[in-house]
Design a protein around this ligand. Structure first.
Ligand code: NAG
Ligand code: NAG
Length: 283
């Protein structure tokens, strides 16, 4: 039974990556969506009109993922964050953020596998996604480590504020986060977490998940500090917002991989620690 599951997971993953490659190819060969028309007609947020934001109430289920929490806060996913069907997730995520179905399916499958559920039949609560070292992992850019703060549903504001304050870019909308800023802040988070959390762990796969979701700050959110502030602090989709990714078939892995590797490649814990040690006055 285990072998069958393992084999089907491998086949599914290979299939998803081939599909992803073809979607990226289509993106390359087609015109982008028009500005103002990125969110598909007939889905929440079309034309920049998002359903009303209602902050989470006590007892509502939320996760370590600001994007999914935002969908629940706007009632696009159930507002209480509970009993969400796995098979409603990819469509809603793709429509709201213009991710490619290969990406949303991959992440959903990962959640299905880690929770040992069935994609077609089962549902989950947002907080279920916080299973440690499933998708959730240490040294988050927006959350304290789970060993320090087990409830991952709220952002740790000092992290988010420090990240946004480090934005060194500027575009016509104001301050903008750059790739280098994210690498530097990720480095700092890893060094600090390693020191503060005796249960710290971060394998290569989870490093890549971290750099992948950090790359979404640059692609889907265009690095814009005003939008990031709303999504990361209130977990609220800004008025009139649409995904900054305008590709016809949405943001693919193929289209993200270089950004992800450059973010990850820019993270250098050793050099950062050495610099800290050198800056510390010797006793
Ligand atoms: C986690 O925190 C949120 C907000 O503080 C709260 O509403 C929720 O009930 C908490 N979850 C658990 C499982 O305690
Ligand atoms: C990436 O997303 C997961 C799930 O939302 C989160 O647990 C993790 O901390 C994020 N990684 C970083 C580096 O922020």
């Amino acid at each position: 039974m285990f072998l069958v599951t393992f084999f089907s997971t491998v086949v599914q993953t290979i299939y998803l990556f081939i599909w992803d490659f073809f979607l990226a190819l289509i993106n390359l060969l087609t015109f982008k969506r028009w500005r103002g028309h990125v969110t598909p007609r007939g889905t929440p947020g079309a034309g920049g009109k998002w359903p009303a934001y209602v902050a989470p109430r006590a007892g509502d289920s939320r996760s370590a993922c600001p994007a999914l929490n935002a969908l629940a806060n706007h009632g696009i996913l159930p507002h209480d964050g509970k009993n969400i069907r796995f098979n409603e997730l990819p469509g809603k995520v793709d429509a709201a953020f213009n991710t490619a179905p290969s990406v949303s399916m991959f992440v959903t499958n990962l959640a299905v596998a880690m929770l040992k559920k069935n994609y077609k039949r089962d549902s989950f609560d947002l907080a279920d996604l916080d299973l440690h070292n499933g998708i959730e992992h240490d040294a988050s850019l927006t959350r304290e480590d789970t060993a320090l703060v087990p409830n991952q549903s709220e952002p740790h504001l000092p992290f988010v504020k420090a990240l946004l304050a480090s934005a060194s870019g500027r575009n016509r909308h104001g301050k903008a986060l750059k790739r280098k800023d994210i690498s530097i802040f990720s480095t700092k988070r890893r060094v600090d977490s390693r020191a503060a959390n005796s249960a710290f762990s971060l394998d290569f796969f989870h490093k890549l998940i971290g750099s992948l979701n950090a790359s979404f700050f640059l692609t889907i959110l265009g690095g814009r500090v005003d939008d990031l502030q709303s999504i990361l602090i209130e977990e609220r989709i800004p008025e009139g917002w649409e995904s900054r990714v305008r590709s016809r078939r949405g943001l693919t892995f193929t289209g993200s991989i270089f950004k992800v590797l450059r973010i990850e490649g820019g993270i250098d814990e050793k050099r950062y620690s050495a610099k800290l040690a050198a800056a510390r006055p010797s006793a």
